[in-house]
Design a protein around this ligand. Structure first.
Ligand SMILES: [Zn+2]
Length: 101
């Protein structure tokens, strides 16, 4: 699954305007760089109102917790939410085992 390194808040001209919560910006229909299931969260930067992408948060965690964040983030936004929640739980469990073995 391609995960873009781009898409940080404040990068790119379309990030510069005032946020329009609920509106799809052009880049949010970009399935490679900005897949909508990782950009359509209602989460907004309290400073400027820009939309927050999953990767902006997830990249600060390790592999297991970053993946857990990813699957929690996209639950109800792509495919089967229960499957996403199970995957998130799987990565959390893996991290627990890694830290306690
Ligand atoms: Zn901001």
């Amino acid at each position: 699954m391609p995960e873009s390194a781009s898409g940080r808040e404040g990068v790119g001209p379309s990030r510069m305007g005032k946020a329009n919560p609920g509106a799809l910006r052009a880049e949010e229909s970009d399935p490679i760089n900005h897949p909508s299931h990782y950009t359509s969260s209602p989460a907004r930067c309290p400073g400027c109102g820009s939309g927050i992408e999953c990767i902006t948060i997830a990249e600060h965690y390790g592999f297991n917790l970053g993946n857990a964040v990813k699957y929690l983030w996209r639950a109800d936004l792509k495919g089967d939410a229960i499957e996403d929640l199970r995957k998130a739980a799987w990565y959390v469990q893996r991290e627990i085992e890694r830290r306690t073995r």
